[in-house]
Design a protein around this ligand. Structure first.
Ligand code: BGC
Length: 482
């Protein structure tokens, strides 16, 4: 088959003669469990479409399909200075965005690493931390002070139900966050109160999901962009639907919003298949879920996103250890620690350029204190490949489902996130999986492609804040019928 598009990497061949029959048998079993065929991808995609529809129905379903109250497409002409913050991964980012009005923008930003304990701290500590970072940033960027309050687009990358653009009730934490007193509450007044306590001249204008921000920022510069996608610590996608095609909004749309108006939808499809009907879950996925702060939630995300990929590898290795098939007489204290391997771990293993996998050897020694044998490293490398391949293959089912649902024959699917940007081979493997799902003809350019997104949580949040202010100025609504 000849396809014009990125090609996935070839698996390392090498010689396997030094690997024992026992380990080869283990590997065969793991290959069966972790490999997802093109046929399975098609089956998953078909189920995905029905689940997206269910999420928009009055009854609802597993996938929240949250209307984001962004009714406008960006024109590229939006202008002004906006602040944006991004909470949702491993860092808090504060960005000053200057929208140029000519499909261009400038950003100045600072990154503050989220102290690990914040993921499970008390609510006030989280909001206080963000407010303090904002204060630091504003003092640095506006040393002479501000003449009026700065409008802020708050990118909150968690499932938050929105009855208006400037509010969001957290449904549940994801990605290992577990902060008391936030679920079931509107996060905007909580952050606004902390900002006021710090005396920072900021008004939160819009609450945005990172995927919606990615969608809007990418459309600002690329009119072919149809989706905003994040493949990072978590995974999710957003697209524009049409008000009249969203049954659950019947009777809730204000009179000034036409039925044909666009509506950005934050799918929150990390929760796809929480019923476990189609995803080929392994015992490792089941264990990750069972030991997570929210068992039964985010089933799809837990198989593919960056927060979990290293953990899958760790659990597979521990399984082999429990059978006494690897790491004889090696210290296991570190390997026994949950989440000790982040996604950079399998990524580095896949990137190891040396035939004897010496970088993998060093990695295991440095991080885990484990001395590996050559056969062990071959197995580890192959496992990293299997895990690194399963993630993009499953990931694209969400993209394929949105395209089929909306009838997109061609699309730029604008993607961002650490896994998309940094995991070796992700883009190529994702492209290959899309080809298997759509069975495009040989010799043609892939009509649906993943492209690198514009900065959704910075520029996207700013553009949405600008669109919101524009609507408010015109007296147009930005939420449900009052
Ligand atoms: C969250 C989404 C977010 C995604 C990517 C998921 O865990 O629920 O809101 O878009 O991660 O950051």
């Amino acid at each position: 088959m000849v396809h014009l598009g990125p090609k996935p990497p070839q698996h390392r061949k090498g010689t396997w003669t030094d690997v024992s029959e026992t380990l080869l048998a283990d590997l065969k079993e793991l290959e069966e469990q972790l490999t997802v065929s093109g046929e399975t991808l098609k089956k998953i995609t078909a189920h995905f479409i029905t689940e997206l529809d269910k999420g928009l129905s009055k009854k609802g379903g597993n996938i929240p399909m949250i209307p984001g109250w962004v009714h406008d497409f960006p024109t590229g002409k939006e202008t002004g200075n906006y602040l944006a913050i991004d909470l949702g991964g491993t860092n808090l980012r504060v960005v000053l965005v200057k929208l140029g009005g000519n499909r261009d923008f400038d950003t100045t930003q600072s990154k503050y690493s989220l102290p690990e304990h914040i993921r499970t701290a008390k609510s006030e500590e989280l909001w206080g931390f963000i407010a303090k970072c904002l204060k630091k940033f504003v003092v640095e960027e506006f040393p002479e002070g501000c003449t009026s309050n700065l409008p802020l687009g708050f990118t909150f990358s968690f499932p938050a139900s929105q009855s208006a653009i400037n509010s969001g009730i957290l449904q549940r934490w994801t990605k290992g966050f577990d902060i008391e007193g936030v679920e079931g509450h509107d996060v905007v007044p909580m952050l606004q109160a902390a900002i006021e306590k710090e005396g920072v001249p900021i008004d939160i204008v819009a609450l945005i999901n990172d995927t919606t921000g990615t969608l809007v920022a990418s459309m600002y510069t690329d009119p072919e962009a149809k989706m905003g996608l994040i493949f990072g610590t978590g995974c999710n996608g957003a697209y524009y639907d049409v008000v009249q095609d969203i049954p659950k909004l019947e009777g809730k749309i204000p009179d000034d919003v036409p039925q044909t108006s666009p509506m950005a939808i934050n799918c929150e499809y990390g929760s796809f298949d929480n019923e476990h009907l189609v995803l080929p879950r392994t015992k490792y996925d089941i264990q990750i879920d069972a030991e997570s702060p929210r068992p039964g939630q985010q089933s799809f995300e837990k198989m593919i996103s960056g927060y979990y990929l290293g953990e899958v590898l760790r659990l597979v290795l521990l399984d082999l250890v429990s059978k006494n098939h690897i790491f004889a007489n090696q210290p296991l204290e570190k390997l026994n620690k949950a989440f000790i391997m982040d996604t950079s771990f399998p990524a580095k293993i896949e990137e190891d350029p040396f035939e004897n996998l010496s970088e993998t050897q060093e990695l295991f020694q440095e991080v885990l204190g484990i001395e590996t044998t050559s056969p062990e490293r071959k197995i580890i490398r192959r496992l990293a490949e299997l895990i690194g391949e399963r993630s993009p293959r499953l990931s694209v089912c969400g993209i394929a489902a949105i395209c089929q649902k909306r009838g997109y024959k061609t699309a730029h699917c604008a993607a961002d996130g650490s896994v998309f940007n940094r995991y070796p081979g992700f883009k190529e493997r994702a492209a290959q999986a899309l080809r298997e799902i759509f069975e495009w003809e040989d010799g043609v350019e892939d009509p649906i492609v993943l492209v690198a997104a514009e900065d959704g949580s910075g520029a996207g949040a700013a553009i949405i804040a600008a669109l919101t202010q524009e609507r408010l100025k015109k007296g147009l609504s930005v939420g449900v019928k009052q």
